[in-house]
Design a protein around this ligand. Structure first.
Ligand SMILES: Nc1nc2c(c(=O)[nH]1)N[C@H]1C(S)=C(S)[C@@H](COP(=O)(O)O)O[C@H]1N2
Ligand SMILES: [Mo]
Length: 385
């Protein structure tokens, strides 16, 4: 490739590299920008839609992935009902149901409790791949107070089996010709709710939660798809039966055909914990030296491998300055000097137990008849000039 010649698909990144120094002064979190090489030029993938549907939900344009932490104004937002206007003065969180002593907390009550933070990646389970919907993901430092001590304090009664989290947003649902106005809600088993990393979260990257991300308080459940992270919390209710609202039992339900001894067994399951996943996010070059950057997330990741033009799997390198149990891992692979022409690039993540991210034609993916929880390997296309 003639390095002096810039094609229209290449975009100079010096400008954003310059911004990193400025951001270092402004915010310690943004100092987690990738190690960018001086004079690095972006070579966009051919399959990234030219105008990413960012207007839709502030989706991440993977071509511009340049920091471990997603800034609040770049973070995606997915909402199914209205965006509720919550006034802090009137806002209260009720913890009720099968508990010994129900509790009502104001925002200042919550802020007085011990503060805890987690850096975790939030991915919408509807994020199912290029070229349609693949940028509903981001990583933030979430802060709030731990949920488990609050649940211990109210004292869950012996018959309680689930904790239901209600948002302030509401919409009309119809089941068997029964019309109901309902709040958005999701439930967790007692064991899942009691996990020590779960937060009643009121801060995102050191700032109050933005309106679109659940102001004033949302649930953060690290290791679970977006849907479990209920925004605009208003009531937590412990119950002695399974909660079967729309987002547990009718929507965000994965339908999968599985085989047992040659026979089909149909499984309908509620979207839950994140799955192992990775993506080759962007390619840059300095002169004629190319580098592939990507992310891997969903499960504790041990290894990421890259295959170019269907070739052997090659080990990628992690950025070790960016480590948190529930956050995506940033990796890169030095491609050196590829030949001119169109190429394919695909990555696969391998978790600490040796599980490998499946290919798109694996039964786990092809048997799935709904698009949620899609974690297959994404084959990307790129033109080298
Ligand atoms: N109250 C409420 N919480 C919600 C939702 C919603 O519509 N209402 N959407 C869920 C879905 S589907 C996702 S992917 C995440 C998105 O979180 P974000 O908007 O902060 O990115 O919020 C979840 N929590
Ligand atoms: Mo979602």
């Amino acid at each position: 490739m003639k390095s002096s010649q810039m094609t229209r698909r290449e975009l100079l990144m010096q400008a954003s590299t310059g911004l990193v120094g400025w951001a270092l002064l402004k915010s310690p979190l943004l100092s987690h920008a990738f190690p960018s090489r001086i004079g690095e030029v972006l070579v966009p993938f051919l399959d990234q839609p030219p105008n990413p549907p960012s207007s839709q939900a502030n989706l991440l344009d993977w071509n511009y992935l340049d920091s471990w932490i997603t800034p609040n104004d770049k973070f995606f937002s997915v909402s199914h009902y209205n965006m509720p206007e919550v006034s802090v003065a009137d806002w209260k969180l009720e913890i009720v149901g099968m508990v010994e002593s129900p509790l009502t907390l104001t925002l200042s009550d919550i802020k007085k409790r011990p503060k805890q933070s987690v850096i975790s990646t939030l991915e919408c389970s509807g994020n199912h791949g290029f070229p349609t919907f693949t940028g509903a993901i981001g990583t933030a430092k979430w802060s709030g107070t731990a949920l488990a001590p609050v649940l211990k304090e109210v004292g869950i009664l012996e018959d309680g089996i689930e904790v239901v989290f209600f948002g302030s947003d509401e919409g009309e649902e119809e089941v068997r010709e029964i019309k109901m106005r309902q709040n958005f809600a999701r439930s967790l088993s007692i064991a899942d709710a009691m996990r020590p990393e779960n937060l009643l979260c009121y801060e995102m990257n050191g700032a109050p939660l933005p309106k679109g991300n659940g102001f004033p308080v949302r649930l953060i459940v690290p290791g679970w798809y977006g849907i479990a992270n209920v925004k605009w919390l208003k009531r937590i209710e412990v119950r002695d039966t399974r909660y079967m609202g729309r987002f547990m039992a009718r929507d965000y339900v994965t339908i999968r055909e599985e085989k047992r001894g040659g026979k089909s067994v149909w499984m309908e399951t509620s979207v839950g914990r994140t799955q192992i996943k990775s993506l080759a996010a962007k390619v840059t070059r300095v002169g004629d030296k190319y580098r592939i950057y990507g992310a891997a997330w969903g499960r504790p990741i041990k290894l990421v491998e890259v295959s170019i033009d269907n070739g052997p799997w090659l080990k990628a390198t992690f950025d070790l300055t960016q480590e948190a149990e529930h956050a995506w891992k940033i990796w890169h692979y030095d491609w050196d000097t590829p030949v001119v022409g169109e190429h394919t690039v695909v990555s696969r993540a391998i978790d600490v137990h040796g599980n490998i991210q499946p290919t798109m034609d694996a039964p786990a993916i092809t048997g799935k008849r709904t698009y949620w929880e899609s974690n297959g390997q994404v084959i990307r296309r790129i033109q080298i000039n």
